[in-house]
Design a protein around this ligand. Structure first.
Ligand code: UT7
Length: 318
């Protein structure tokens, strides 16, 4: 029986820091409101000359180094994003070229904030059926490009960044259990129009019904984490770390409560990074591993939720 395990992780944040105080100069908001309602203090956004492909290259090189691998060891690239550098070729292909990998399958995943969980499931399936040995999965976002900088209810939330994880074939799990889903009936609660075709009249910026999203997120994620736990046959007390999607500290606290986890067992990055959509889970995972919090053998629960709605949960033995 083949399984997939994490061989290495890496991440890269853009250089420019945008604090709540900076946002006070752009929209009618204040640091106190943002911290109390979201937990976010600052976020990183792309500076001059920075782009997704460049950040992804650095994140991947860090993951390769951690895995003791070279680029040509990668035989599949899955890049989750809602903000690729080009519509096509996919950002996965742009990254492949940058890494100097002559040939391998490479494609983007469009599943909004749940994109990394979707990528993890795909990687696991490719490895289990023997079609790949080392799969590079990234969450890579430049949300600053599609944020409406005049809308105080959304522009305070988002940030840019890239997280990368290499999953490799293993005799032992690895990815113990995972689940992804989507419900298109919520398509109008959180979306970014293309500004083309049926969206021609709409501004191609993020639109969100915040409090409605909040309620569905809490309920859906609460159920998703308990579902994956049940499917794994593990107990709540077996989970060492929660690595959640970093949308709102109050949502994260509600999910942690469902798992009877104290907040010192939850990886938080949103205070410094905001909501980086599909990048938030691999960014948090990499940070916690590099800080020495998450250690080999620990059981980690990853969850994410976003536009669609899409969501996913997974239990990984690191
Ligand atoms: O990653 C994908 C998933 N995304 C999420 O899960 C996000 C879910 N939603 C949220 O995190 C929260 O709904 C928000 C943080 C977006 C908003 O928090 P809220 O507690 O739901 O606030 P609200 O939208 O109900 O607005 C409350 C008040 C309103 O004023 P009135 O109508 O009560 O006078 C807003 O106009 O807060 C006002 N407000 C602000 N005030 C200062 C909204 N944004 C701001 C702001 N600064 N930036």
């Amino acid at each position: 029986m083949k399984y997939s395990r994490i061989a290495g992780t890496g991440s890269c944040l853009p250089s420019k820091v945008l604090t709540n105080k900076d946002l006070e100069k752009i929209v009618d908001t204040d640091d106190k409101w943002i911290v109390e309602r979201t937990g976010i203090k600052e976020r990183r956004i792309l500076g001059e000359g920075e782009n997704i492909t460049g950040l992804a290259e650095v994140a991947t090189k860090r993951a390769l180094e951690a895995a003791n691998m070279v680029p040509n060891d990668i035989d599949l690239i899955l890049l989750a994003t809602t903000t690729p550098d080009r519509t096509f070729p996919s950002n996965a292909v742009l990254l492949q070229e940058r890494l100097g990998i002559a040939e391998c399958p490479a494609f983007d995943i469009a599943a909004a904030c749940a994109g990394f969980n979707y990528g993890l499931v795909l990687a696991d399936n490719f490895i289990r059926v023997g079609q790949a040995k080392n799969v590079l999965v990234l969450g890579a976002e430049a949300l600053s490009r599609i944020v409406d900088w005049t809308d105080r209810s959304t522009c305070i939330l988002f940030g840019d960044g890239v997280g990368a994880v290499i999953f490799s074939e293993s005799d032992e799990p690895g990815i113990v259990c995972s689940k992804i889903s989507a419900a298109g009936k919520y398509k109008d609660l959180l979306y970014a129009p293309t500004g083309l075709g049926p969206d021609a009249e709409l501004s191609p910026k993020i639109a969100m019904a915040g409090s409605a999203v909040f309620k569905v997120a809490v309920n859906t994620l609460g159920k998703a984490v308990l579902d994956v736990l049940e499917k794994s046959g593990m107990e709540k007390s077996d989970i060492d770390w929660l690595v959640p999607h970093q949308a709102n500290l109050r949502i994260i606290q509600a999910v942690a409560k469902k798992l009877d986890l104290t907040m010192d067992k939850v990886i938080i990055t949103l205070d410094k990074q905001g909501n980086t959509s599909s990048a938030s889970v691999p960014l948090a995972l990499d940070q916690a591993i590099r800080e020495g919090k998450i250690k080999r053998g620990d059981n980690i629960l990853l969850e994410s939720f976003g536009g669609g709605f899409t969501w996913g949960s997974a239990i990984i033995r690191y």
